[in-house]
Design a protein around this ligand. Structure first.
Ligand code: SF4
Length: 148
């Protein structure tokens, strides 16, 4: 499977440590892929900064390298505040490029899980369906702690 990763520009200097660990271990959103199936990252970039202008164009470049699925990094859902444009990004990529989009990469770190649960970030934020968005990366507590 060839995947592309788009990260939140607020974390533009991130080296991708947690994402690549999760790819290797098939954890978080990558748990849907079999360990026997090679997972190639064919593109890795940022959204370009709010409101995410890069998202409109980078899938095209990733498609030249055969991308099949685009993941938005977990940082887009655990940042403060969580990205308010994820639904738009998902719809745009699906409609314009016909690609599958998954929200999330590595498991949500426990410290973010606890804080966002406490302040209610994922309960009602405009039209976003947070329950669906955090589902691929919610993992179990032990795994979340391992990503703290
Ligand atoms: S909050 Fe959303 S649009 Fe803003 S930098 Fe992060 S991913 Fe990009």
């Amino acid at each position: 499977m060839k995947i592309g990763i788009i990260i939140c520009d607020r974390y533009r200097n991130c080296a991708g440590g947690k994402c690549f660990k999760a790819i290797k271990n098939r954890e978080g959103a990558f748990s849907i892929y079999s360990k026997n199936e090679p997972l190639d990252v064919v593109g890795y970039t940022t959204c370009g900064g709010c409101p995410g202008g890069n998202v409109e164009y980078v899938p095209e470049e990733m498609m030249k390298n055969g991308v099949e699925v685009i993941h938005f990094a977990t940082g887009t859902i655990v940042g403060y505040p969580p990205c308010p444009y994820l639904n738009d990004f998902k719809n745009l990529i699906r409609e314009k490029y016909g690609l599958k989009v998954i929200i999330g990469t590595h498991p949500i770190p426990q410290k973010y899980y606890e804080l966002h649960s406490k302040i209610g970030s994922w309960e009602s934020s405009e039209s976003l369906v947070w329950e669906d968005f955090i589902q691929p990366t919610i993992a179990d507590e032990e795994t979340r702690i391992a990503y703290n």
